[in-house]
Design a protein around this ligand. Sequence first.
Ligand code: SF4
Ligand code: SF4
Length: 235
Amino acid sequence: MQDTQPIHDLTQLDHTRYKSWPFNQDICLTCALCASACPASGIDALDPRSLVRQVGYGLEDALVAERWPWICTMCAKCEHVCPMDIQIADMVRNLRGLRDRQNVPGILQQGLEAALETGNNLRLPQEDFVFIVEDVGEELAEEAGFENFKVALDKDGANLLTTIHNKLVNTHTEDLKHFWKIFHAAGESWTLPTDNWEGTNWGYFTGDDEAMKTMVGRIVANLDKLNITHLLLPE
Ligand code: SF4
Ligand code: SF4
């Protein structure tokens, strides 16, 4: 026997909750270009067209509890092809933000709380951070052509401030050298802040606007404090 889908009485749905959302999902043509473009389409039956339609119907409570918003990579390919300019990635981010914080999947919420409390997702103390980056810098200085290399920490008036992803001071320290070699070869005036150096903003990924603003504000504060106008955010 064929499965039947629940029937929703559209007159009973509450559409007023979405008026402040930055898109109009009601203009969807159901053309499915978004589903065709989506790299995650089909994973756990993810279908961006269906997602847009469900939000249009006011069924976002079910979506908030779903895995779909967390399977989506927020790459925005769907938005790029949508003829009606529906902002699907923003919709997904809004859905993520509606989930209870204790039910945010994986390590995202723990990492975010660590970053808000300590300045980085790893809870790495400042002296350990300085030790690691200086140690990697000394390794680089042993390579031919980089004999004078020194990690530039908290350099006032540098041309470029760079944040880093926490894995670069954890499991991927060799990758720091790739950036630094380019800076060195280009003669770039750059610096790394010794606090709030985290470039990974899990407030953005989890739809937590306040946390996102706090993380961004810290980077801006570092730019102001060190009198720097250019930012490299390799995240
Ligand atoms: S591409 Fe846009 S208009 Fe077409 S189904 Fe997707 S959301 Fe709707
Ligand atoms: S933003 Fe999400 S739904 Fe849109 S194409 Fe990317 S993965 Fe698919």
